[in-house]
Design a protein around this ligand. Structure first.
Ligand code: TYM
Length: 353
């Protein structure tokens, strides 16, 4: 028996430099989920952003910019719920409860913490360490069943599943006593990772993920880049000397070629195989020309719409406020139920004196 309605949740950090990996691996797929008529919540995760220090003035701009990117890419704020995390207190509240469910051993295995904390782990914020627990809270505050993300979030989603399962087991008796049925209180969320651009790599190094924090701006295409910059970055992208293979098998051991073909396939909404059927045997100079044209055709309208939207922060803030109210209406009853299950005494309405 399916006890949970299908509900999609995902988040993007407002840490600047939204790039093609964020777009193809996540945001473009958010739009596809919305257009399949699922109930979708898309969140600008500002509380995650401050696990690394952010300049407060810049952070406000970045929150609005990610919101603008969502809207410019085709997320309709009437159909989907678009909001920023810090406006809905349920995220932080549930994260605390999950801090008491998750185990230190689980968090010690998180590779992203190791990457981000680097060598000076003692000096990393507690928030950076607990980051994946807040992520579980984001998802489970809505009892979301599906989460579209890029491949780099896979381990975090496995942790979310572990937290849901442990909560369901730890509190099984109380969950039943409060009438929530045998399937447990939290769904075991399905990660949706896929498509030809689940892991977009750096344009300068096919072994490294395309990332906001790469020191080289030439390693990524930012959603704010204009046509000339897109063309310049694609033309400079690292490749090997051979022509493109005719079949996907031939991309093995050629990470840069594989990456550019994957990007082309995702932008064209097709597969690597179909791209190679067209371009197999072509030299990179020709293929890069076609990739520039396609990238400019797909990204320019988003870029222009982002500019238009960010010029009107009042509108963006209104979208976020409306989204937060609708998100809160879903999350608040979940939090009330969790507090009952855990054994907290909830505030009763005071009778007038
Ligand atoms: P963030 O902000 O780093 O990235 C946002 C989304 O973009 C995807 N992504 C990529 N996809 C393909 N290739 C790449 N090179 C690439 N780089 C980034 C990410 O996988 C992600 O889907 N922890 C999350 C934010 C988050 C979240 C959540 C996501 C917070 N709470 C709840 C889902 C559900 C993050 O840092 O994403």
């Amino acid at each position: 028996m399916a006890a949970f309605n299908e509900l999609v949740f995902s988040g993007v950090q407002p840490t600047g430099n939204l790039h093609l990996g964020n777009y193809l691996g996540a945001i473009k797929r958010f739009v596809e989920m919305q257009n399949r008529d699922a109930q979708c919540l898309y969140c600008v995760v500002d509380m995650h952003a401050i696990t690394l220090w952010q300049d407060p003035q810049a952070l406000r701009g970045q929150i609005r910019e990610v919101t603008a990117a969502f809207l410019a890419a085709g997320i309709d704020p009437r159909r989907s719920i678009v909001f920023n995390q810090s406006q809905v207190p349920a995220h932080a509240e549930l994260a605390w409860i999950f801090n008491c469910v998750a185990r230190i051993g689980w968090l010690n295995r998180m590779t992203q913490f190791k990457d981000k904390a680097g060598k000076d782990r003692e000096n990393a914020s507690v928030g950076l360490y607990a980051y994946p627990v807040l992520m579980a809270a984001d998802i489970l505050a809505y009892r979301a069943t599906h989460v579209p993300v890029g491949e780099d979030q896979k381990q975090h989603l496995e942790l979310t599943r572990d937290i849901a399962q442990k909560f369901n087991t730890d509190f099984a008796g109380s969950i039943m006593a409060h009438g929530h049925g045998e399937d447990g209180f939290f769904p075991v969320t399905e990660p949706l990772i896929g498509g030809p651009a689940a892991r977009v790599m750096s344009l300068r190094d096919g072994a490294k993920k395309m990332s906001k924090s790469d020191a080289s701006d030439n390693s990524r295409i930012n959603l704010t880049d204009d046509q000339d910059l897109i063309a310049q970055k694609v033309r400079k992208a690292k490749t090997d000397p051979d022509p493109l293979p005719s079949e996907a098998e031939g991309l093995k051991g050629r990470p840069e070629a594989d990456n550019l073909v994957g990007i082309y396939a995702a932008l064209a909404e097709t597969t690597r195989e179909a791209v190679l059927a067209q371009y197999g045997g072509a030299q990179f100079s020709a293929f890069k020309g076609a990739l520039v044209d396609l990238a400019v055709e797909k990204l320019s309208p988003i870029n222009a719409e982002m500019k238009r939207l960010t010029a009107d922060p009042g509108h963006i803030d209104a979208v976020l406020a409306d989204g937060a109210a609708r998100a809160e209406a879903i999350a608040a009853p979940t939090l009330d139920a969790v507090k009952d299950i855990v054994g907290f005494v909830r505030r009763t309405r005071l009778s007038p004196v």
